[in-house]
Design a protein around this ligand. Structure first.
Ligand code: PFF
Length: 451
């Protein structure tokens, strides 16, 4: 079999993992959730979950991946041979494929909007709500863009870990961060931006209901790519010198910053224009924003044009660095489990995602009446992964690392065999053994009962 890949540099590790985390989840889903769940109070609960629940899960994934040097299923086989923990590995592979299938639908829309913004097709005087619903329900157009996007993902994954994933992330992440900062400055300098900022920064805790808590946890897991073995797969390419705790912390900080900056881009702009709803839901970036771009820059259409092109390029790059990581979960599994080449394994995964992904896309159009468990394919895959598999996967991996794995082994991984002094080691182990599993279990079972 081909040699296992590895990341060549420390910065490559952080940028690839942050690339996985930063995605549509930050720039599309986060502002949508903030808008729906009442602003700053949601952000507060979200950040609490990021650092108390999702970060410990990420560290556990790093431990499992780097220790085993195997794909998610192989990892449990190496670390717990003959034990049922391997179920968590299989769940991760399935979830990776399901997430990539529905995520690539939205990524396809983004590709279409990117092309349209460059073609000047998002100019004012249109009903963007109608434009959006006509496009997503079209029998083949969204499929074509989704396919193009999946092929882009395929291309990077098939090139391998160092010359594909790492190289791409190292080039794209700095660009992405630069675009975000640029757009934040533009947005904050709009007249009336202050109202949007207040909405984002002044918490109203009366708005925190159990639903808000649940959404915040789902969002934290989704945004950090944890619970499906994605980061465990990446960690299997880390070197012995990689500092697991530091890297996890950096990824969480970068991811949260990007999410909040995305809020700083969208809400001040939306409030500045006025008359558009902040709780517009998933249409926020496809319906509300084109309106905002046009209205805000009506005196300077060139600026509006630049702003909109940059925004959709940003969304596209963010989506791509994330889909690569989803794809890699199943590609690594097929490659190592069946002894196929990386290229062939990637082809299998891409074909599978094309079939399932088309089903998701069609659920907005010709297949809108095809329902499984009362849901269309898109909603079903989203629901199954974000609400069930991710929290359950998180619960399992924290129990596995916190309670099943030998404590010395875990400490060895966290301190690189004693070479590092991790000041918060005891606190971290407490988070892994108690806070994260108990917290996730409470929110998860609460939801099961209320569903
Ligand atoms: N974290 C990504 C985002 O915020 O868009 C989504 C994601 C990537 C989820 C990879 C799961 C995953 F395995």
């Amino acid at each position: 079999m081909e040699k296992r890949g590895s990341f060549g540099s420390k910065i490559g590790v952080i940028l690839a993992s942050a690339g996985s985390a930063v995605g549509l989840g930050n720039i599309w889903r986060f502002p949508t959730e903030v808008g729906r769940n009442g602003g700053a109070a949601f952000i507060f609960v979200y950040l609490l979950f990021v650092f108390l629940l999702a970060m410990p899960v990420m560290i556990c994934e790093f431990v499992v991946g780097r220790r085993s040097r195997a794909n998610t299923v192989g990892a449990y086989r190496v670390l717990a041979p003959g034990k049922p923990w391997v179920v968590a590995g299989y769940m991760g592979v399935i979830a990776g494929v399901l997430i990539l299938s529905f995520y690539s639908v939205v990524a396809g829309w983004t590709l279409h909007y990117t092309v349209d913004s460059f073609r000047y097709a998002l100019a004012s005087g249109q009903d963007f709500g109608a434009v959006f619903s006509q496009f997503v329900s079209h029998p083949w157009k969204p499929l074509a863009f989704q396919l193009a996007f999946l092929l882009m993902t395929h291309y990077v994954v098939a090139r391998g870990v160092e010359s594909g994933i790492e190289r791409f992330s190292k080039a794209m992440m700095p660009l992405l961060l630069f675009i975000i900062l640029l757009l934040t400055c533009c947005s904050l300098s709009m007249p009336g931006a202050r109202e949007g900022l207040t909405y984002l920064l002044r918490p109203d805790f009366t708005k925190v209901t159990s639903d808000v808590v649940l959404s915040a946890m789902g969002q934290a897991f989704f945004s950090l790519s944890v619970g499906v073995g994605c980061l465990a797969t990446y960690a299997s390419y880390f070197s012995r010198e990689t500092r697991l705790v530091n890297s996890a912390f950096s990824v969480c900080v970068i991811d949260s910053l990007v999410a909040i900056l995305a809020g700083f881009i969208i809400f001040p702009a939306v409030f500045s224009v006025g008359g558009v709803e902040v709780d517009a839901g998933p249409g926020l970036v496809y319906i509300t924003l084109p309106n905002v771009f046009n209205t805000a820059f009506s005196g300077m259409p060139v600026l509006g044009y630049a702003f909109s092109c940059l925004f959709y390029v940003l969304l596209l790059l963010a989506a791509l660095t994330s889909t690569i990581s989803m794809h890699e979960i199943a590609t690594a599994f097929i490659r190592e489990n069946f002894g196929l080449s990386r290229r062939l394994s990637a082809v299998v995964v891409t074909l599978l995602c094309i079939v399932l992904g088309f089903a998701c896309s069609l659920s907005f159009g010709p297949w809108r009446d095809v329902k499984l468990l009362g849901l269309g394919f898109f909603d079903l895959f989203d629901f199954l992964t974000a609400k069930y598999i991710m929290p359950l996967g998180g619960l399992m991996i924290t129990c596995f690392v916190g309670w099943f794995l030998d404590r010395q082994l875990v400490e060895d991984e966290l301190t690189n065999g004693g070479a590092l002094r991790v000041r918060s080691l005891r606190l971290l182990l407490f988070l892994i053994r108690w806070v994260a599993p108990v917290g996730v279990a409470i929110v998860f079972f609460n939801q099961l009962i209320s569903d």
